[in-house]
Structures are given as C-alpha cells and as structure tokens.
Write a protein that binds this ligand. Structure first.
Ligand SMILES: Cc1cc2nc3c(=O)[nH]c(=O)nc-3n(C[C@H](O)[C@H](O)[C@H](O)COP(=O)(O)OP(=O)(O)OC[C@H]3O[C@@H](n4cnc5c(N)ncnc54)[C@H](O)[C@@H]3O)c2cc1C
Length: 461
C-alpha cells in the first residue's frame, strides 16, 4: 500500500525524533492501524499534530459528542512537525515585526506578535490545569546577535515595533559584557530577553489525543487520506464529502484539514501558497561546563544573519536541542534539497555545525573534549509548512462548503496553534471570526490565495 504513495504525502520511512524515541509506549501510537475506516462520521479531522488534535479536542469541549469526531493520520500519531520540532514555545517578541508589517500592515503585525504571547499563556494554563506531564518549563529566552550586522537588524526591528505602539514591557535589552554574562554566549554582541518555554511536544499532543480518545473520539493511524470527492447522496449526518483512504471511504459533513506542509496535496488550489521545507534538529548531552549547576537555564536564538541562526533549547533533563538553519554554505544541503517532503534524511554536516555551536558556549576551554556519551545524541528532520505571506491559513475553505483548514505555520506553530485550533473549533461551531480573537490576516480566503498568485506572476514578468 505505502509503495505507491504520492511523494507529497507524509513519507513512511521518516526519521524518529528525540521526542518520538522517548515516547514509544504511547498506547494510541498505532491506533487502528489495520482496521477499515468507519464508513461515516460527522467531523473528520485530517492530521494528528497539534492542530488536528487540539481542534478535535476543542470541538468535544464545546459540546460535540466524542463519537462524532474521527482523526485520520497518515503515519503514527504525532508523526509530523509537532513530533519533530525543536521543543520551543517561543513567542517572537519583536524581531519579525518589520517583515509582517511589510506584508500585512503594522496593525496586523502587532496582532500577530500579541497572539504569540497569548499562545504561551494558553499552553502554560493548559498544561497546569490538566496536569499534563510534558516537561513544560517556563523560562527566559534571548534573541542573541552574534554579528554587528544582525545587532543593527534587531535594533531597527525593536525601534519600529516600539514606534508602531507595540508592547515592549516584557523585553529586556543587554549589550557588550552584560549580554555575554546574561546569555552565557562568549561572542554575544547584543541580546533581547523575553518569556518563553521549553516543552516536550510529542508528550503534549499525545496527552491531548489520549484525552480525545478517552472522551469517545476515534483515531485512525497509518491511513493517508488520498482524495476528497463530493458525496452523491446524504448519509445519517447529511454528508457532503467522501474521504478516500487505502482502507475505505468515510462519508462526512465536515472535513478539517490539519495537514500543515502537506495541505496542498488534497487542496491543489493552494499548491503555490503552502510549500514544504525540510529542517533539521539535533539533540545533545552537554559536556561538563554546561551541566550540573552550569546547566543552561534559558533558551536562545543565536543569530548571525537572517537566514543563518541556531535555536538553542535547554530541556528539563539537562539535554540541549539545537535547531535552525545551521549555515547555508554547507556543501551537502543545497537550497533545492531543502524544498522537500522527505523527512527520512538528515545531514551529518549540519549536526556537526550544531555541535560546534554548542561547544562554543562552553566557557572552559578544556571542557570541549567529550567523553563517550556526551555530545551529539540524535539528529532528525521534519517538514515545515511555509506560506507565501508568512501567515497561517485558518477558517472555512471558500468554494468547498463543509471543508475547513488550520495549516501553514512557517516553522513556528508551537507558538501559534494554541489559539488557531481553538479559533477554528469556534468557527466550525458557528461563532464569528471576531470571537476567535485571531489576526484577520490568518483567515483563509480565495482572494488571499489569488493575490499571491498574481504577485508571483507579476514578479516573474
Ligand atoms: C524541524 C522542525 C523544528 C521546529 N521547531 C519549532 C519550534 O521549536 N517551535 C515552534 O513553535 N515551532 C517549531 N516548528 C514548527 C511546528 O512544529 C509546527 O508549526 C507545528 O507542529 C504544526 O502543527 P500541525 O499540527 O499543523 O502540523 P503537523 O504536526 O505537521 O501535523 C500534520 C499531520 O498531518 C498528517 N497528514 C498530512 N497529510 C495527510 C493526509 N493526506 N492524510 C492523513 N494525514 C496527513 C501528517 O502526517 C502530520 O502528522 C518546527 C518544525 C520543524 C519541522
């Protein structure tokens, strides 16, 4: 069955992430992997990442019966970006403002950044209220400039955000020796501190899925949705769509696309709007000078250039996770190679670059010699869903009545989805866009998709 899968569907031979390797006993990991799909359901969610799991969970919380919601997942549960990211819930406090303002205007740009602060609080509350054991650790994060060029870029972005009336009360600025001391980065030029969290993403989403199943929700894994066609006659739910899979057809009234980077496979109209990008993450057991009482107690983004940075996440158990672009000059990963749905590959060179970056944080020179068991623990990749205007797609899909989407998180979804998925559940339940509290620029519209198509046509003339 899997041999004939289309290359833009999730690929079965993906790498396992650190998060996957530490949660193999999740009882619903391979739920219903051999069973035929139910013949009908009222709500059908495609994708078991944080978007799909939380939308389904919120629907039940809003009063929908658990048995009326079915999640279908192409691979094992939480096998997409939600299970293979860098483990950061890290709101962008100001850095992205100029880029968002150029695309969406300064009011929307402020709303985008405000939304990320709300997400951090929502995740914090959720984990606390439900006692979720996901190693959630609320702590300081730093935007660290490692070049004068990037220090200027950050300073300009900060001033623009402030001048536009953006709230900077939660941001602290350091430079020179103070920046080095606070961040523990010997080469820091400047640094901006704000709140963020480290979180085991697979444990969080697995908790949500487990609770969903406990409440009667249905989960089908290892079952890619291959097509959606209009239903000819109504079933008990007044179905509008027949959802095709290798294990049967599900008739449903409501289809909810939570397929992130893979969204365009089932929605070809957005194929130029949502595109894939492979990204690598590496986990490390730190050496002496970054362990014990010297364990990093904050997270960071170490930035050389806009497209050359490392994210540094310090886990509760003392391990360190580095994501980011590494460097574009690596000979073994061309930019074409990055545009890929294939998360079965990883680069040794990018892992080595990350290790070098980590060792650069060790302040004692002799502590960079590694004992067996220290250093690189694991490397993996995942597929990011990039969108043409850097904002996610949320809401009803015009022209496809009964189909909805929550996708395209530009490699930053852990700081965005916790308002988008609840917002989508509200929209599906009949509430208005205003009720979601989301930035208007997140809303799906044919005009938004067409505008981008027009712009890319014009730019190629
Ligand atoms: C390497 C990497 C590092 C990242 N680091 C961070 C970070 O530190 N902080 C942060 O905020 N964000 C980070 N992100 C982004 C974040 O992980 C995503 O934005 C977020 O997980 C998106 O969640 P999702 O549920 O929308 O998508 P996903 O988790 O990708 O879920 C989509 C699911 O849909 C399934 N699917 C797709 N098509 C089909 C189909 N046709 N049939 C059935 N199932 C299908 C997939 O298998 C997948 O499980 C990172 C992403 C990557 C790849």
């Amino acid at each position: 069955m899997t041999k004939t899968l289309h290359p833009s569907l999730p690929q079965p031979s993906s790498t396992l992430s650190h998060w996957h390797r530490t949660t193999r006993s999740f009882p619903h990991l391979h739920a219903n992997r051999l069973a035929p799909v139910p013949t009908s359901t009222k709500y059908l969610v495609i994708g078991s990442g944080i978007s799909g799991a939380l939308t389904a969970w919120k629907l039940i919380e809003s009063g929908v019966k658990g048995e009326d919601v079915l999640i279908i997942e192409a691979r094992e549960a939480v096998s997409g970006a939600s299970g293979r990211n860098a483990g950061h819930v890290r709101p962008d406090s100001f850095r992205g403002f100029p880029g968002y303002a150029a695309r969406h205007g300064s009011e929307q740009a402020k709303k985008i950044l405000e939304n990320e602060r709300v997400v951090l609080e929502n995740v914090r509350q959720f984990v606390k209220e439900h006692n979720v054991d996901s190693d959630f650790n609320y702590m300081r994060t730093f935007e660290v400039a490692l070049t004068e060029e990037f220090a200027d870029i950050l300073a300009k972005a900060f001033e623009e955000f402030k001048a536009a009336g953006g709230d900077t009360s939660h941001i602290k600025f350091y430079e020179g020796e103070e920046a080095k001391r606070e961040t523990r980065v010997p080469t820091a030029i400047s640094a901006y501190e704000s709140p963020a969290a480290s979180n085991h993403p697979a444990k969080l989403v697995q908790w949500i899925l487990n609770d969903f199943v406990t409440k009667g929700g249905k989960l089908w894994t290892h079952c890619p949705v291959t097509n959606i066609v209009p239903a000819e006659k109504s079933n008990e739910f007044g179905s509008r769509w027949n959802v095709q899979t290798p294990r049967g057809v599900v008739a449903t009234e409501t289809v909810i696309h939570c397929t992130n980077a893979h969204a365009a496979y089932l929605l070809p109209e957005i194929s130029k709007f949502v595109t894939p990008r492979r990204s690598q993450v590496n986990s490390f057991v730190p050496p002496l000078s970054l362990s014990g009482e010297d364990t990093l107690k904050h997270t960071m983004a170490l930035r050389y250039k806009p497209d050359h940075f490392f994210s540094v996440n310090s886990l509760k158990n003392g391990m360190v996770v580095l994501g980011g672009t590494g460097t574009r000059s690596t000979s073994d990963q061309s930019s074409d190679d990055l545009i890929s749905f294939d998360d079965s590959k990883y680069s040794d060179k990018l892992a080595q670059n990350s290790l070098n970056e980590l060792l650069g944080l060790c302040q004692e020179p002799d502590s960079t010699s590694l004992r067996h068991g220290e250093g690189l623990d694991h490397a993996w990749t995942g597929i990011i869903g990039m969108t043409a205007d850097n904002a996610p797609l949320v809401g009803p899909i015009e022209g496809l009545e009964g189909q909805w989407i929550c996708a395209g998180f530009n490699g930053h979804g852990m700081a965005i989805v916790f308002t988008c998925a609840p917002g989508l559940a509200k929209l599906i339940s009949g509430q208005s866009w205003e009720d979601t509290g989301l930035p208007e620029c997140f809303q799906y519209s044919t005009e938004r998709i067409r505008r981008h198509a027009r712009q890319s046509r014009e730019s190629t003339l």
